[in-house]
Design a protein. Sequence first.
Length: 146
Amino acid sequence: MVIGIFGESCTGKSTLAQKIAASFPCEVFTGKDYLRLAKNENLAKVMFQKKLTAAVNGENIIYVISEKEHLALLPEGALRILVTADLELIKSRFTRRMRGSLPAPVAAMLEKKHGCFDTQPHDLHVVSAETDLDAILEKIHRQFDR
């Protein structure tokens, strides 16, 4: 099974991926981790897409995505999980990530990107800080048991 977890930065995608990975045997890729498959970026992308397509009915892979262009790498049949969060929560998490200071250009970038994934097709929607992750895990378990 392939699980695509996507959304803006600091919405909780990696936390969800870690929780899933702790409960299922799976390989986790984040962003451009697929570059480790080949030295050439285009070849690495092709290899990764083939790996994901083969994994839909085979091995378990989680792909954490924070750039819309990477959604195209998800094959048909992948479980798509959209993770969203309130803009103020995203900003506070990003501020912690940047050791207490959120420069104005970074805040503007977060504001501009906010909601950019909201219209993307998804099977599950996780609202960070509001959704019970155990309930999401239960839904994913049901997908695995099919």
